[in-house]
Design a protein around this ligand. Structure first.
Ligand code: ATP
Length: 374
């Protein structure tokens, strides 16, 4: 597991060796994590990996079995939820249906017995912030899902919490509203500089919004990193496979910073130093290739690509047009797995006349391969 901190920064939130079991089932295992003030961090992972359990432990809604949680220099591990300093938004909005929008937002402030005029002023300012200035008198049922989630956000921010917790806040919304609202939440979070943790299983959402992403699997943290880090430098095979698309290929170590793939030697300084002949799992992103030619008849031999990489040959099986990109499915006889998916621009596909049944010549960008010992 890579470190979740940057040296020299005191974390705003720190999780130390956190464990959580439900009976004999371990939901979280030795979680260590540091989050800086003002950061937006996403917990990302497949269903059941423990994201929500971790968020609930931070909120005090689930007691940890072992380990500590520190917030703003204080050990909050055993504080009841009501005494912790956070606002929370759930997937299901969880608004009070019998209260108006303004009263929903005012709820926490009123229970603190703050002066009426101050509450009214604060509520209006929060409603302005989330773009609902004129909806204060409406009831939740009169609002769309996106608007209800804005109210939930305003309510969570009303007490100016040190920490904002978002549990799949966008999953119940349709795609267009989701993208719109995620940009709004990110802009608001940056403007308020409120430390935020968001649980999501939507990779694109995490990549688009987060300063750093915590990738989880089976109750453990696989990697903590910026969206670019986890995509370009996955720390584990799980992350390489889970984040983005990748072709998984078998290769062998050559013992000197190289690998043998499909009978060709490739120089990969990023490859783990292993004994010659050791098996490797290699992850090739569809975009990490250059297509050189596409012909009706099989090519006779092939010169190396201009960058010196060996050229592989395969037969085009299928072409998927996805708008901004095309995915070309290729059967490469010399690869043990045979089938790879390559990503090209639609213009390139037209220019090279890529069609099923034609022969494709391509090279792979060896230094971009993600390589792990088997
Ligand atoms: P999802 O994206 O599906 O919500 P998640 O990553 O948030 O998944 P959690 O809800 O944290 O996952 O659950 C982690 C594991 O712990 C799951 O296997 C779940 O069944 C189990 N679990 C969660 N809460 C309880 C509970 N109260 N009792 C028993 N098992 C639980």
């Amino acid at each position: 597991q890579r470190s979740g901190s940057e040296e020299g920064c005191t974390p705003f939130l720190e999780i130390r060796h956190l464990h959580k079991s439900f009976g004999s089932f371990t939901a979280l295992q030795s979680i260590n994590l540091q989050i800086r003030r003002g950061e937006l961090v996403c917990f990302l992972g497949p269903s059941g990996c423990g994201k929500t359990t971790l968020l609930r432990a931070i909120a005090g809604l689930e007691a940890q079995t072992a380990g500590e949680i520190w917030q703003d220099g204080k050990n909050i591990s055993n504080l009841p939820a009501s005494q912790r300093d956070y606002g929370i938004v759930f997937q299901s909005y969880a608004l009070f249906p019998n209260l108006t929008v303004a009263d929903n937002v005012a709820y926490g402030l009123v229970s603190q017995r703050q002066p009426k005029a101050l509450v009214a002023q604060k509520v209006q300012s929060l409603l302005d912030t989330v773009g609902l200035s004129v909806s204060g008198g409406k009831y939740p049922a009169q609002l769309s899902g996106g608007q209800q989630q804005r109210v939930a956000l305003a309510r969570a921010l009303a007490m100016s919490p040190g920490l904002l917790l978002l549990d799949e806040p966008l999953s119940a919304l349709d795609a267009t509203v989701r993208v719109h609202l995620r940009n709004e939440i990110r802009a608001l979070q940056q403007r308020l500089y409120v430390t935020t943790i968001m649980v999501t299983h939507d990779q694109e959402e995490a990549m688009a919004m987060a300063d750093r992403v915590v990738v989880m699997n089976h109750g453990v943290v696989e990697q903590v990193g910026t969206p670019r880090d986890i995509y370009q430098r996955p720390a584990t095979p799980f992350v390489a496979n889970f984040i983005g698309k990748a072709n998984k290929l078998q290769a062998l170590a050559t013992g000197n910073g190289g690998i043998t793939l499909a009978g060709h030697k490739l120089y990969c300084p990023q490859a783990p130093r292993l004994l010659p002949g050791q098996g490797l799992d290699v992850y090739l992103r569809p975009e990490d290739c250059s297509v050189h030619d596409c012909t009706a008849l099989p090519p006779i031999g092939s010169a190396p690509a201009p960058n010196g990489s060996p050229v592989l040959t395969g037969v085009v099986e299928q072409l998927e047009f996805l708008g901004p990109v095309c995915i070309v499915h290729v059967d490469v006889q010399r690869l043990a797995e045979r089938h790879v998916q390559l990503q090209l621009s639609p213009a390139q596909c037209v220019q090279l006349d890529i069609q099923p049944g034609r022969w494709l010549q391509f090279s792979i960008h060896a230094q971009q391969l993600k390589i792990f010992a088997q």
